[in-house]
Write a protein that binds this ligand. Structure first.
Ligand SMILES: [Zn+2]
Ligand SMILES: [Zn+2]
Length: 183
């Protein structure tokens, strides 16, 4: 029994279907039979990112799913602690928006986990590291001048995602998300 399988709560954050704890190629995860979303604990995410063999085994056993298309921004509740999760572009340059609970793990909508595995296999994490090294250099140069290149890079990246139809820019103001939603 994997430690990161403990503490399941059972409801899918996206569709409220049942999450089932399962094993895919040796990786423990919670899977929704309804929408195809999966929740991975922190330990599972780390081993998938750092170990090529683990990633290959998982990819081989993931049921292919059509990629989830976001119909509007919604903040999902963590299936373990029920707090609102943060929306993040996975590894910043993947174009895949995931929902992250910093304490418990990451929720991938249908098809997103497969897309992330492919991104990592293409060397995506090295691209993220290179981007962050550049940003550190810019910051080290200091001053307001250094802000501009990063801003340009940001808007470029947004444009590119928009062109590929993968990211709907969030123009709505950030609001506190009520944890008890009317159903
Ligand atoms: Zn679901
Ligand atoms: Zn949580």
């Amino acid at each position: 029994m994997n430690a990161y399988r403990e503490g399941l709560s059972g409801a899918c954050p996206r569709c409220e279907g049942a999450l089932t704890g399962t094993d895919r190629g040796g990786v423990g995860l919670d899977e929704c039979g309804g929408c195809g979303g999966v929740f991975l604990g922190q330990t599972a995410v780390e081993s998938v990112l750092s170990d090529d063999g683990v990633r290959a085994n998982l990819a081989a056993e993931l049921a292919p799913r059509p990629r989830y298309v976001e119909q509007g921004v919604r903040y999902l509740k963590c299936p373990r602690c029920a707090r609102a999760m943060n929306r993040k572009v996975f590894a910043r340059v993947s174009g895949v928006i995931v929902d992250v609970c910093k304490d418990d793990g990451v929720f991938f909508d249908g098809g997103e986990l497969g897309a992330v595995l492919a991104f990592v296999d293409r060397g995506g994490l090295a691209k993220q590291a290179a981007l962050e090294a550049r940003e550190r250099q810019e910051r080290a140069k200091g001053g307001a001048e250094a802000e501009r290149p990063a801003d340009d890079l940001q808007s470029l990246r947004r444009l590119r995602f928009r062109a590929r139809g993968e990211l709907r820019p969030d123009r709505s103001p950030r609001r506190a998300v009520p944890l008890t939603c009317a159903r």
